[in-house]
Design a protein around this ligand. Sequence first.
Ligand code: ADP
Ligand code: MG
Length: 245
Amino acid sequence: MSELIRLEDLVKIYNTGSLRVLGLNKINLSINKGEFVSIMGHSGSGKSTLMNILGCLDTPTLGRYYLDGTDVAGMSPDELSRIRNKKIGFVFQSFNLISRMTILKNVEVPLTYARVRPSERRRRALELLELVGLSSRIDHQPNELSGGQRQRVAIARALANDPPLILADEPTGNLDSQTSIEIMELFARLHQNGATVVVVTHEENIAAYTDRIITFNDGRLISDRINIAPTALSDTAGALGGRMS
Ligand SMILES: Nc1ncnc2c1ncn2[C@@H]1O[C@H](COP(=O)(O)OP(=O)(O)O)[C@@H](O)[C@H]1O
Ligand SMILES: [Mg+2]
């Protein structure tokens, strides 16, 4: 198994006025390609801080972050945004779709940044919306869809440039429990097809889908365990991700 993420003595300190907050306290962590990992912990334990650094949206104060073999800890914002577009698909709790755009155009956004030509962009976005079961809604705007459907659009967008790493920070935080299960089953399908997926949650039944559960408390990594019996996928989940090749 080859390593996709390696953190060495990673520290994040937030300076707000005279106050210094230790967001992450000497984190050492390695995640291999193809793993399906959940990050748990109470509110304020450092989960989002970790995800923002893993996703190259923020940089550590101290320590090293190797992403796919490259040390990204000291990179400039420009370099980070290039890495982000190529290597990372991010899914947020609040979906973060562009409201006045069709969902097809939303999924095309990262492809535009990657300078993919229009016909190819459209072909790829259609394929991804089919993968997440939304082919019949391509001309809808986000506000015409349910929360679960919006999150599936966000997942399709995250997959657009076929990034090696999918990060999701509380992707089911705004969804009811049945819809949350559907979203986790979609991530599980992506994982079955070879994707590396890291999901933040504070719900046990969501983390139960993943193969490895890492827990944070007060900015420290306090537990890292294998989930020997991940939740099995339901038969209906096959319709969502089964066509991904
Ligand atoms: N931008 C910021 N500025 C100052 N402090 C922050 C900032 N973001 C997070 N923190 C602090 O860092 C700690 C970890 O926060 P966070 O990573 O958001 O936790 P979680 O996602 O687990 O709820 C908390 O004490 C929080 O208040
Ligand atoms: Mg958070």
